[in-house]
Design a binder for this molecule. Structure first.
Ligand code: NAD
Length: 369
């Protein structure tokens, strides 16, 4: 069997800096665990525009379609702000998501005990939190037609967006959520507004259908999304996997993310349909952007990108134990007080650099053997 393939698109700003630490961990996996990947690298975002005049070339797109998983750093920066919309760095990322048809966006919200003080919630509510929000990413009100701003018949204007979901769109993202739950604590909570939206009624019925017909072993509950927002800040540990539509998922996943503190800690995965080899189409990336304010200074926290690679091990390569090994190594260095600048508390101390954090995590990985 050939080694599984990874395409690294480090991108702009701090993207290449945080990805450098991921590459060290990929090398460590090969040397110390015998887990090897066939790794290739390419350009996306502003750096691709500089080289080719587009934020993602057709060749890079084809490579992304052909590999087992894509790891992305971040794109964008002030240098590209004045570019035409069609060639802005973000268009490269959007093209990847669209053409790979990545319809399920997984955003974990996990609280490492050593960082519980960073949350705006009380420590006893947040400690031990480990939930994942699965957001439908390619349908719903952000894409539905008709849309636009039109004249109305009172001399004013009307703005229209359309919430639209089909059976297929709901069922496939529901399956992603149930599959995920089976690898975790086996619980899914589906959120919509079935009390006021027909698309919400359909959402609830279709998620229930997938459950009853394909995943009866997983515990399923339904909740109105507004109540879901309240419950997320009241008692977030009641959840395991939350599945919801594009709009509610956008809001609820940001809310859940902030429960745990710094942007530099948040990984994500975007998954699509299974390929011929059974692996889902997949793109893994930190939630943060290219952070131009700290780029090139060795200050970036690489943990979000490293945890994104851990998600790749778990969800693309069925290497959950190795993913856990990385997560435990991160937990250990945080418990030891190793901090990049973004994680410094009021008590102060000396932050480590991006590569200093990488060194500490590699040392903890060595100690795990
Ligand atoms: P950002 O996430 O880049 O930065 C927000 C703040 O968080 C900054 O102060 C930054 O220094 C800090 N930060 C972010 N990641 C960090 C890390 N790993 N370690 C330490 N600190 C970190 O968001 P922004 O400033 O709104 O956007 C900057 C650029 O990134 C823009 O061009 C934007 O379009 C782009 N962007 C890209 C993505 C992506 O590639 N997925 C996502 C968001 C923003």
């Amino acid at each position: 069997m050939p080694d599984p393939s990874l395409l690294i698109l480090a991108g702009d700003g701090i993207g290449p800096e945080v990805m450098a630490e991921v590459k060290r961990i990929i090398a460590w996996m090969g040397e110390k665990r015998g887990i090897r990947f066939s790794v290739s690298e390419d350009l996306v975002g502003g750096c691709a525009y500089d080289a080719h005049g587009v934020p993602l070339t057709d060749e890079t797109m084809a490579r992304a379609q052909a590999v087992d998983a894509v790891l992305l750093g971040a794109v964008g920066g002030p240098k590209y702000d004045s570019l035409d919309f069609s060639v802005k760095p973000e268009r490269g990322l959007l093209r990847l998501r669209k053409e790979m048809d990545l319809y399920a966006n997984l955003r974990p919200a996990q609280c490492f005990d050593a960082l519980a003080d960073f949350s705006s919630l009380k420590k006893e509510i947040i400690a031990g939190l480990d939930i994942v929000i699965v957001r439908e990413l390619t349908g719903g009100v952000y894409f539905g037609e008709p849309r636009g701003i039109f004249p109305d018949n009172e001399g004013g204007r009307v703005g229209i967006n359309t919430q639209r979901y089909t059976t297929n769109e709901i069922r496939r993202v529901a399956r992603s959520a149930f599959e995920l739950a089976r690898r975790r604590r086996n619980k899914v909570c589906s959120m919509e507004k079935a009390n006021v939206m027909e698309s919400g009624i359909l959402w609830r019925e279709e998620v229930q259908w997938v459950h009853d017909n394909e995943y009866p072993d997983v515990e399923l509950s339904h909740m109105y999304a507004d109540n879901g927002a309240m419950q997320l800040v009241r008692w977030p540990r009641q959840f395991d996997v939350i599945v919801t539509d594009n709009l509610f998922g956008d809001i609820l996943s940001d809310c859940a993310a902030m429960l745990t503190g710094s942007l530099g800690m948040l990984p994500s995965a975007s998954l699509g349909a299974p390929m011929a080899n059974g692996r889902p189409k997949a793109l893994y990336e930190p939630v943060h952007g290219s952070a131009p304010d700290i780029a090139g200074q060795g200050k970036a926290n690489p943990i979000a990108c490293i945890l994104s690679f851990a998600m790749a091990l778990r969800y693309s390569f069925d290497l959950g134990d190795e993913a856990t090994r990385i997560e435990k190594a991160v937990e250990k260095v945080l418990a030891q007080g190793v901090r990049t600048a973004d994680l410094m508390g009021p008590e102060g101390g000396t932050p480590v650099s991006t590569s200093g954090m990488g060194d500490a995590i590699l040392k903890a990985l060595d100690a795990s053997l």
